[in-house]
Design a protein around this ligand. Structure first.
Ligand code: G3H
Ligand code: 13P
Ligand code: ZN
Length: 329
């Protein structure tokens, strides 16, 4: 058993409390390789924002859970070193399990030193979701150092490697259920479904890419001041899609959540916004460009370096202009 405090990590309790009252959201950025974590830490330190480093089941399968744990620890050390070199304040870093779908994976991550976990029981019936989320919260909260827990109510459409919804059908979160759910489970934050979805194909072409702000407002009223989380919040920047396609890619009708829709949500009780796909698009655009423009290049650093630079740009932009979390660390 390892305590996350030994790794220099924080849970989400304090940063969420400040975000809810401050009218901004903290980024939940996914990582599974070195360039991604370097870029996330650099961008969040330079914008002086707290950050939630997210590890999915797919990331653990790809990179090995222990490796990712030590990468996060390395991220904390890198942040401390950069902060001292540049005379910047250190930022709070959370290591969070993204979409844990059973008790065992949550327990494994808590025991290994994660400071926060998500228990995603949205594939279960309401009562089963309450029971599972409550069991995880009880275990997480009984640790020597309190581990925070994110639950989910409602289902997001879309398909990711390990995050699937049967038939791709989304169901908005029912505002009538949220108060009962947070009371009975004891979770620290709640992911809701209001029209976002995972991946790069969130809206059909020709439809209005809007979120259900009315549902969000109704939910907020039922659980005043309680931290709300949005998954599936990539904006799918068109310039990345165009670059990918102009350098041999084939992304058709990729559409994300408009930035102003997310900005509006972040000003309310939404205090965590999850982004993964946009990082993938940024990296792919930068790598395809170098590969096509410099066909004789074969040093992976020449592809991954520009990809990392592009990620830093992307995350800084999100923190400053979309989430509004600049200078909140
Ligand atoms: O929420 C889903 C994340 O984008 C993780 O995706 O399972 O492909 O790592 P992944
Ligand atoms: P995107 O696919 O929109 O980036 O969402 C990521 C996410 O929700 C991670 O949990
Ligand atoms: Zn998600």
């Amino acid at each position: 058993m390892v305590s996350y405090k030994e790794f220099g990590l924080s849970n989400t309790v304090d940063v969420f409390r400040k975000a809810v009252t401050g009218g901004y959201a903290i980024p939940g950025y996914n990582f599974n390789n070195m360039e991604q974590i370097q870029a996330i830490i650099t961008a969040c330190l330079e914008t002086q924002s707290p950050v939630i480093l997210q590890v999915s089941r797919g990331a653990r399968k790809y990179a090995n859970g222990t490796m990712l744990m030590y990468m996060a620890k390395g991220g904390v050390e890198m942040m401390r070193e950069m902060a001292a070199e540049r005379g910047l304040k250190q930022i709070p870093i959370t290591l969070h399990l993204d979409h844990g779908d059973d008790f065992e994976i949550c327990k494994e991550c808590i025991d290994a030193g994660f400071s926060s976990v998500m228990i995603d029981g949205s594939h279960l019936s309401y009562e089963e979701n309450v029971a599972l989320s409550g069991k995880v919260a009880k275990y997480a909260h009984s640790q020597k150092d309190y581990v925070s827990v994110e639950g989910e109510l409602g289902t997001l459409a879309g398909v990711e490697d390990d995050v699937k919804v049967e038939g791709g059908k989304a169901v908005y979160t029912d505002p009538d259920q949220v108060e009962d759910f947070v009371k009975r489970t004891g979770v620290d934050s709640l992911a809701i479904a209001i029209g976002t979805s995972h991946g790069a194909y969130k809206f059909k072409p020709g439809t209005d890419p809007k979120l259900a702000h009315g549902v969000l407002h109704e939910i907020e009223k039922r659980i005043l001041g309680f931290p709300i989380v949005l998954h599936g919040s990539s904006s799918v920047p068109q310039e990345y899609v165009d670059t990918i396609n102009s350098y041999g890619g084939g992304l058709k009708h990729a559409i994300g959540v408009p930035e102003d829709e997310l900005r509006k949500a972040a000003k309310s009780a939404v205090c965590k916004i999850n982004v993964d796909s946009d990082g993938r698009l940024a990296m792919t655009a930068a790598m395809r460009k170098v590969m096509v423009e410099k066909p004789s290049e074969f040093d992976p650093r020449k592809f991954l370096g520009p990809a990392r630079d592009e990620l830093v740009k992307l995350y800084k932009h999100k923190n400053i202009s979309v989430l509004g979390c600049e200078n909140t660390a």
